[in-house]
Design a protein around this ligand. Sequence first.
Ligand SMILES: [Zn+2]
Ligand SMILES: [Zn+2]
Length: 405
Amino acid sequence: MSVVEAEQPHLRVSAANGHSNKEALNERIPPAESASVEDKFFWTYTEEPHRSRRMAIIKAHPEVTKLCGPEPLTKWVVLGVVSTQLTCAYLLRNTSILDWRFIATAYFIGATSNQNLFLAIHEISHNLAFRSGFANRLLAVFANLPIGVPYSAAFRPYHLTHHKSLGVAGLDTDLPTALEAFFLDSVLGKTFFCTFQILFYALRPHLSFDYLLTRATGSLQPLYYLIMSSFLAGSLHPCAGHFIAEHYFFSKVKGGGTESLAELKTKPAAPKSETPRALDNLAPPETYSYYGPLNILTYNVGLHNEHHDFPAIPWTKLHKLHQIAAEFYEPLPCHRSWVWVIWTFIWDQNVGPWCRVKRAQGGRVVGGGSGKSKTPAGRSGETISAPPTTGEEEGDGWKESELQC
Ligand SMILES: [Zn+2]
Ligand SMILES: [Zn+2]
């Protein structure tokens, strides 16, 4: 296993590729995926919006680059939350999983803690806890322990690809496929196959922790507690709203709910139908931020436009970025409640799994490490198969540090 130390984050904004934008086509374009169901995604040929906004913000406010780099507080938060979860698991060792105290602890403390750990792993996947890539990988494995099943090793390459290839069909695994959107519970065999391999790679060390936990407490309940915490963390839980809030577009929802901060300041709660907005004529937004109180529990993942613009800025400094570049962020639509997001996603027929912007071209896989020479597009045949421990992807035409600044 070769581990390359991550370089100190540095400014890298020059990586303009060959596949430049065609004319901005903010209209529906025939889908590129061959699906047996009618495709209702919003297809675009424009470049993802975050890279160009990053460059504009750096030009207007060069001082934002000082916000980049590791945050020393992260490791202590991780230590505190892992300890909390293992303490709860231990205390519940003799409680039945059907006992209301077991379920209530798993919902209120467990799910919140494990969602917090998912997002710690997200933060760490951007090398934002330590300078050393290896130290970040180790902390991710540690943060993964109370999640009950291995997750951190598989998450990183998929997530970095989500940044690098936002919305690119076949690369961004944050996107539902047309079939998934149609059937909701179907999974592409290929994606499953890749996921399966990496899970096996990470499975063994995690299972031995689970075994030790079970032996040390003389009970299976602690393991059940941790797994139930993880399930509830990604279920009908307020903090789970961020999964939908980040990239599903809510622009077709009647009656508003996602007005920008700027709009809220001028005319609060104006019904959307009566006041057509400038944004209504444009392509739907690809990313929404949320600025509410649940950010305290979730490493500020709500500041998602800010995070995609500057993935190398740690969670503690995203509000500062927002402040410095307020004129870029205040006009963007944003969510005011993650609970509202889940509620509206389920009940409002104007929003659903089809409400995603997809691009058929461009994008590159992160973490492939195939060593292939400069190939601008990675969607054909390049799978994510290498362990995610290589620090920089020198071989395949771009570097991880492009996601940093
Ligand atoms: Zn995202
Ligand atoms: Zn990220």
